[in-house]
Design a protein. Structure first.
Length: 216
């Protein structure tokens, strides 16, 4: 799952929303990877705000465990990976499964955003209401090894770019996907091959939205 899917139930609780986003923010800024076995120091929570962040982190972890194990997710990834391989010249090094995994998550975010008018505005308003340095300080209390300066910079940049809006348009979604691949050390292009499969991929994720969401 991606940012909006994780945080959609916390749009009116900014600090919990931050907790829902924190594992992905940390992954993007070189911080520690938060997994199911990661120790979240709930005992270090000093107040209700720290607790809200910790609850959001726990929700993110639980969501991902269920989401990635679901038949709906695995089936969607398999179908999109097959289409990507067919659209691209054969290359055994091409990580079609990785590209499909990321696409399902980004397209699910877009589907959920479209389904709730005004939701993306509420998401970014909640995120922007938080002080980046205070967020970094609180995160560092709960998760060992948080790079506070890097997290604060990333949070400000995240709010400035509002790149979740890019998922709605193939012209902006494709560069986002390719950039994610580049950060992971893999080439997910060419752009034309990705654009060729996007209409079917969007329909597939939209049709399976309910099945993809944890609790379905």
């Amino acid at each position: 799952m991606n940012y909006f899917a994780h945080a959609r139930a916390a749009l009116d609780r900014p600090w919990r929303l931050a907790g829902c986003c924190l594992p992905d923010w940390l992954a993007a800024c070189g911080g520690p990877r938060i997994r199911r076995r990661t120790r979240i120091d709930v005992d270090a929570a000093r107040d209700a705000i720290d607790t809200e962040i910790a609850v959001g982190i726990a929700a993110h972890i639980d969501d991902d465990v269920v989401f990635h194990a679901s038949d709906a997710f695995r089936g969607a990834c398999a179908t999109i990976a097959r289409d990507l391989r067919a659209a691209r010249a054969p290359d055994p090094r091409y990580r079609a499964s990785f590209a499909a995994h990321v696409l399902v998550e980004l397209l699910l975010d877009d589907t959920l955003i479209r389904a709730t008018p005004g939701a993306i505005e509420r998401f970014y308003a909640a995120s922007r209401s938080l002080d980046a340095d205070a967020l970094a300080d609180r995160a560092a209390r709960l998760v060992p090894g948080v790079p506070k300066d890097a997290l604060a910079r990333l949070h400000r940049r995240f709010n400035e770019l509002e790149f979740l809006r890019d998922y709605a348009d193939d012209r902006t979604l494709v560069p986002r996907l390719i950039a994610i691949g580049r950060r992971a050390g893999t080439d997910l292009g060419p752009a034309d091959a990705i654009r060729a499969i996007l209409p079917a991929a969007r329909r597939l994720v939209t049709d399976r939205t309910d099945a993809l969401l944890p609790g379905a």
